[in-house]
Write a protein that binds this ligand. Structure first.
Ligand code: G3P
Ligand code: MG
Length: 260
């Protein structure tokens, strides 16, 4: 049975949705420092169909591209992302932690990443649940949506989060935006992928490879994108089982597999 792709999702791929979506996870994170411009450029060169990146807010309220709430693992700084202004974040080195050859690489703002991606490749913006301020639930959401609209990229992004509550908020702000639900096993265990995507009104369902293997359901699945699949044997297995998109740190390997 064919996959049901919503019109929002189809609009990300004017030449047709690829049979298997090759999604560069944090760019091409096995080869380049994750969530940096060189990592995104590499994923594009490796023929990824889409690039996933993680977004949080700086202290001065600018959406920035970084995975952890702390800068410690992926930069030469220490402390919470939310305690740095964007100017301070820009002074950090986001490349040397991986290899000295990447010294000087910076944390990108979401604006920089989107400007580069514009008319080039669709972006999956993952809004980190830890960046969502419960006191001000719409702040990061409103900023991301406003930026996407300002750059006229509503047909070029898929916005996802582990926090389902923000997904209808995004749709409420702009009904043209595609959204994806990141499955949270702790709170959503008993519910089917189909029910969850219906409940939160999302275009796609995202889960880990292990969750997918455990959860595999007999009923028709919504379009399911599985992370982070780095082993060739697992890529083959999941594709055989009907997964239609894979997040990978090795978009080159998935590209070669798709060409066979
Ligand atoms: O969006 C897919 C995947 O990136 C979710 O987990 O922790 O790698 O952001 P994480
Ligand atoms: Mg992510």
């Amino acid at each position: 049975m064919g996959t049901y792709w919503s019109s929002r999702l189809r609009s990300l791929f004017p030449d047709g949705v690829p049979d298997i979506l090759n999604i560069g996870h944090r760019g091409a994170a096995r080869y380049y420092p994750e969530n940096t411009m060189i990592s995104f450029q590499a994923a594009y060169r490796m023929q990824a169909d889409m690039i996933e990146l993680d977004v949080a807010l700086s202290r001065d309220g600018i959406p920035v591209v970084i995975h952890d709430d702390l800068v410690d693992r992926t930069t030469n700084g220490t402390g919470l992302v939310s305690e740095f202004s964007v100017r301070e974040l820009k002074q950090l080195d986001a490349g040397s932690w991986m290899h000295p050859v990447f010294a000087g690489e910076k944390i990108p703002t979401l604006r920089e990443a989107l400007l580069w991606a514009q008319d080039r490749i669709p972006i999956n913006i993952e809004i980190k649940d830890t960046a969502i301020d419960d006191g001000e639930p719409a702040s990061i959401v409103a900023k991301v949506v406003a930026l996407v609209e300002e750059l006229q990229m509503d047909h070029q992004v898929l916005i996802s989060s582990f926090d389902p509550v923000i997904l209808p908020q995004i749709r409420g702000l702009n009904a043209k935006l595609a959204t994806g639900l990141l499955y949270d096993r702790k709170t959503q265990r008993k519910q089917s992928a189909r029910k969850l995507t219906e409940q939160w009104g999302t275009d796609t369902f995202h889960c880990s490879q292990w969750e997918w293997l455990l959860k595999k359901e007999s009923e028709q699945q919504p379009p399911t994108l599985v992370y982070t699949v780095n082993r060739l044997a697992m890529m083959r297995r999941l594709i055989r089982q009907g997964v239609v998109g894979l997040f990978t740190d090795y978009p080159d390997i998935l590209h070669r597999l798709k060409r066979k």
